[in-house]
Design a protein around this ligand. Structure first.
Ligand code: ADP
Length: 394
């Protein structure tokens, strides 16, 4: 009988899942993954096994009736029919916000689920959907242990200084502080570095998680020291459609002088800014790199510029830099973006090995580079599955 852990990553209009086989003798093995995209609009269920063979590819009608519960049922049915006799040991959830108190993965109880729901105002675009999926599992499979793994948890090792804003201290006490995100990705990449290059991992490391959402994290001795993302996932680097660092006065100006209401500002900052907003073409880095339009180039240049400035700031927070690691969609796949970032970071002792970079090798700095550079693919799902296994005592 196959024993497995189900990992869920729920967004506003998507539910991604991965299924890992549990085997006492070894690490967890991915056996299937997939997603429902377009929830609420035009739902599309796609699932593949670990060889990339399609297990399901369905466009669902009656979009209005498709919620997380419906998606879960479809996933459970798929697992039952494609993996006869499969036994789910537990469900691990990516939960975006753990607030001030949840600094580690946790076995969910009704009380904790309510507490996570209460954190929704801190991450209104993500947290309610994370909680909805947890409740849907609890309803469909009441006996199933569920583990919440937080994107913010990895950063709770940061000093108070690195979590502060220059606001009245009472704001900090009320929870208006820098939380940091992408923690599961940093934890995974950092664990790979620790396993494969322990000497590097023991030093001052910056990991650049450059996906659609993008952030950077300073890590010393495997612990988060500072992060480019702050109170929400809007801060720091410019992203696919998010503005990144912004003078708060701009928000006031948009509201007071241009009469945008709160929803319009939110939409502008989260959905219409970033690579998309600056280029006017696309939020997809591949499209911009292939484009001859001057604004596509401008967007790429500003993206790289923001990474360079955050790199300087994060190196300052550790008093130096021993290694830079690229990860996530852009960081893993774009040799040209890695090259541009490294060119601007020569002052930090970075010297790229161009051939290794183009070949996408793990170590991409030259032999003589005082600061080493790495490319390590992220795997947040595996990190969640590992935490889930640990919390289940397996
Ligand atoms: P997220 O998980 O945050 O949605 P990903 O980590 O999947 O995002 O990254 C998506 C980004 O990676 C997109 O901007 C996409 O264009 C970019 N990307 C993927 N492959 C490449 C590539 N070969 N070259 C440049 N960018 C790429």
């Amino acid at each position: 009988m196959t024993k497995a852990i189900l990992v869920l990553n729920t967004g506003s209009s998507s539910l991604k899942f991965s299924v890992f086989e549990y085997d006492t003798a070894s690490d967890l093995h991915l056996i299937a993954k997939g997603q429902v995209e377009g929830i609420g609009n035009a739902p599309h269920f796609l699932a593949k096994d670990h060889h990339g063979q399609i297990l399901a590819d369905e466009y669902w009608q009656d979009a209005a009736s498709i919620d997380h519960a419906h998606c879960l049922l479809a996933i459970a049915n798929l697992l039952r029919t494609k993996y006869l006799g499969i036994k789910l040991l537990g469900v691990g959830h990516r939960v975006v916000h753990g607030g001030m108190h949840y600094s580690a993965p946790i076995l969910l109880t009704p009380g904790i689920i309510n507490a996570l729901d209460a954190l929704s105002p801190l991450a209104p675009l993500h947290q309610p959907h994370n909680v909805a999926a947890i409740r849907a599992v609890a309803k469909a499979m009441p006996e199933m242990p569920q583990i919440a793994c937080f994107d913010t948890a990895f950063h709770r090792s940061q000093s108070e200084i690195n979590q502060l804003f220059g606001l009245p201290y009472s704001c900090f006490e009320r929870g208006i502080r820098r939380y940091g995100f992408h923690g599961l990705s940093y934890e995974y990449v950092s664990s790979v570095l620790q396993q494969q290059e322990p000497e590097v991992a023991a030093g001052k490391v910056v990991i650049a998680h450059l996906g659609n959402g993008a952030s950077m994290c300073a890590i010393q001795n495997g612990q988060s020291v500072a992060s480019s993302m702050g109170f929400t996932a809007l801060d720091g680097l410019m992203m696919g459609t998010r503005a990144g660092r912004l003078d708060a006065g701009v928000v006031l100006y948009l509201q007071q002088q241009e009469q945008l209401d709160v929803r319009q500002v939110e939409e502008l900052l989260y959905k219409r800014s970033g690579l998309l907003g600056l280029s006017g073409i696309s939020s997809d880095m591949r499209v911009l790199l292939a484009s001859q339009e001057p604004h596509a180039q401008l967007a790429i240049d500003y993206f790289v510029h923001r990474i360079s400035s955050e790199l300087g700031s994060l190196a300052a927070s550790m008093g130096g830099l021993d290694a830079l690691v690229f990860s996530a969609g852009i960081g893993e796949n774009s040799a040209i973006i890695r090259q541009k970032v490294c060119e601007q970071a020569q002052w930090l002792g970075i010297e790229l090995d161009h051939q290794a970079n183009k070949a996408g090798e793990q170590c991409i700095s030259s032999m003589n580079s005082p600061t080493s550079v790495w490319m390590i693919p992220s795997n947040e799902e595996l990190m969640i599955a590992r935490h889930t296994r640990k919390q289940l005592g397996l």
